[in-house]
Design a protein around this ligand. Sequence first.
Ligand code: KIV
Ligand code: ZN
Length: 543
Amino acid sequence: MKNYVKIFDTTLRDGEQSPGATMTSAEKLEVARSLARLGVDIIEAGFPAASPDDLEAVRRIAVEVGNPPIGADPASTRVPVIAGLARATRSDIAKAWEAVKSAAHPRIHTFLATSEIHMQHKLNMTRAQVLEKIGEMVAYASSLCPDVEFSPEDAGRSEPEFLYLALGEAIRAGATTLNIPDTVGYTTPDEFGALIAGVLANTPGMHAGITVSVHTHDDLGLATANALAGIRAGARQAEVTINGIGERAGNTSLEEVVMALKTRHPVFGLETSIDTTQISRVSKLVSNYTGIVVQPNKAIVGANAFAHEAGIHQDGMLKNNQTYEIMRPEDVGVSQTRLVLGKHSGRHALRARLAEMGHALDEVELDQAFARFKELADRKKHITDLDLEALMADEFYQPLSLYVLDGLQVTCGTMGLPTATLRLRGPDGKIHTRAEIGTGPVDAAYRAVNAIINTPNTLLEFNIHAITEGIDALGEVTVRVQAKNGAQTMDAQKEQLFSRIYGGHGADTDIIVASVKAYINALNKLIIAQNEAPREEYGVMLG
Ligand code: KIV
Ligand code: ZN
């Protein structure tokens, strides 16, 4: 379709590879389900060669999200393509195929660098060797899978004439999607648009069945502008991540590209399949799982994206909201102040509202959600959609439960030492109790957690915010922790660079309880990852 842009979401691959975005397999599956509901065309579910756990996570997504639900009519049920990334090696490609082959529509995405600097210093290969390798590996991928995507890594800094040759080799060997990455976010919109136009015009063997794709990084803050310039020049696939997470400064974000195409439809004349009313919810989910807080002024999904502070703006908004609003908050699923339910609402009302918000619960889950809802309604008079989202995230989207908070009491204030008494249930079901003092109640509680869990870590970030207005608001905490190498084998700088960062999230009307939940959530992930097979850190070299 000439006027359709495929949305290729790489939150679970390029996004997950960014510092601190590590997600567990269960979290990845939940994100993949949300992406499918959001309407993305392709989910890049991971890099299967990174570790056996990564392969398994991609495989589960291929099985569970890449196929119609049992009983559904396959002809009329839309399921996304599931892609797995592979370096241009037989072993990576075989692993990617192993991971995606059970999807209804599998894709192998393989890549090899084509810029002088990467070929000389990273690959140590000549141009001729690179061309040969592309032909050989794309042909191998095509022999396994009918849908193959090839990316010339660092295309943005590659010499265009050589790039065209490399892409021509990929077409000859069977690739049907050619993705053009600006791996280091170096180009400007004019340059990137011209590059895409050049690829379309000059690549040997280019034909209507080939989709040209854009993959832009944000090192100069130009990722979205570059992606849109590439689309205007003829690219019909955009590689994006939720909230723009990704290597270094991140990737262009799904929400920005999609809302630009939608809001400026007369300029672009292009469609996507995204249900934009789900954007805010998926953004929140990804932020909660990764612990990467969305900056308040982030376009589309930031807390201030639809807030109007200046008097003159507020005045204009009251007269006509189009004076200062180019999109309606509802278009992206923001319904900040909507009063949904209260203390006297019943199970049916809760189920109906959650279903409208995209949470389909079975009876057991509904009982669980209802119990939490009643508990919250006792403490908080007005419950909004945002409260319900936080409750769902806290109750259901925390699939890890090695250690679970069983009880907490803190004393603090100006009249004594801040003290926390904490009870945790451990993986073996045993209850551990510990009391600690600290500089404040959170410090005391975190010391107690550390005394029980005993996993060396550094708390890098702690964020707390009220989900809704009002003194009785739910508090939401996100933390980021980094594993500390207990054996001290690396120097401090290297350790800081290479140790993975884990995010955690917690919500409660009691902010100390929310803080402890978030910390335990992050430490659970860290412990699980330490017990998994080591991950191959290919991401150090690429974006
Ligand atoms: O930025 C990049 O070059 C990548 C490729 C693997 C597509 O992420
Ligand atoms: Zn990238």
